[in-house]
Ligand binder design. Structure first.
Ligand SMILES: *[C@@H]1O[C@H](CO)[C@@H](O)[C@H](O)[C@H]1NC(C)=O
Ligand SMILES: *[C@@H]1O[C@H](CO)[C@@H](O)[C@H](O)[C@H]1NC(C)=O
Length: 258
């Protein structure tokens, strides 16, 4: 029957062995192939292991090695569904005392004190908190950026918030200059947004009612766990006065030391 000859077994198709190829030869070829695969896998894993040992960050990050942060070990990731544009949160306007408090609770934790063992791992020198305390001052960029966002929020409601803090004269070694705090904040956020770059795609969906497709931003984003970061800042915040005009010397050495 002609149709029987149209069938050609696929390699490894044991139910229908190809009658043209002797069975023993097929098995021998397969064993050779499996041995070759095992050998190449052993070599591959050895290479990956060696790479992992020496260049794990390069493999993972495809770029510059992330610089040390004292919170790097507490960072975990979670998937978070962002709200619809019409969903209001406690941070939304119009401003009230409760809205102001929500913003304060979000970021206003002051400076953190980290142990000397962490300060010495920073890429740059930071000041000791006080003589003999063995802790050092840091503040995470995200808290500065939230302060900046709050300043911009307040500038939207000038009838409630004073604009007196917007301009300051800054005394610097490069000479005095006028510091436009709000403009600085806009640019800090611009840098933060392009630096962290949330790459979650927004989507478009057809709407039967309005007979058009509309963009949607309420999709799931992969986020750093904010609670863990906030708890770290609460746990490490300095609660006693820091004296900006006392210079505490220490024995740490950094590349940017003069
Ligand atoms: C450390 O600080 C100096 C001076 O501000 C700067 O030039 C350098 O790039 C900093 N290094 C890092 C890793 O931030
Ligand atoms: C801060 O330090 C300066 C210089 O050491 C000192 O004169 C001043 O009294 C200190 N201020 C406070 C509030 O401790």
């Amino acid at each position: 029957m002609a149709h029987e000859h149209k069938y050609t077994a696929l390699p490894g198709d044991d139910d229908h062995p190809n009658p043209d190829v002797p069975r023993s030869s097929s098995t021998g070829q397969r064993h050779g192939l499996i041995l070759a695969l095992i050998a190449s896998n052993v070599v591959l894993f050895a290479c990956l292991f060696a790479l992992g040992m020496h260049q794990s960050t390069l493999v993972r990050w495809r770029g510059a090695k992330p610089l040390y942060s004292p919170v790097q070990d507490i960072i975990t990731y979670e998937n978070v569904l962002f709200p619809k544009p019409q969903d209001k949160s406690k941070y939304h306007g119009p401003p009230t005392d409760e809205v102001d408090q929500a913003w304060i609770d979000l970021y206003d934790l002051g400076m953190s004190a980290i142990p000397k063992s962490q300060a010495t791992r920073l890429p740059n020198r930071t000041e000791p908190f006080s003589a003999g305390s063995d802790t050092y001052l840091v503040s995470l960029t995200v808290f500065h950026n939230l302060h900046c966002l709050n300043m911009i929020r307040k500038s939207l409601w000038p009838e409630r918030y004073s604009q007196a803090h917007r301009y300051d004269v800054v005394h610097d070694i490069g000479g005095d200059y006028i510091f436009d705090h709000l403009d600085h904040c806009v640019n800090s956020l611009r840098l933060a947004l392009t630096c962290a770059a949330d790459i979650t795609p927004h989507i478009w969906r057809w709407n039967e009612k309005s007979q058009q497709s509309t963009g949607r931003s309420n999709v799931v984003h992969t986020c750093k766990n904010w609670d863990a970061i906030h708890e770290w800042a609460e746990r490490t915040r300095i609660t006693t006065h820091y004296n900006y005009t006392t210079h505490v010397l220490d024995d740490l050495v950094f590349p940017d030391d003069q």
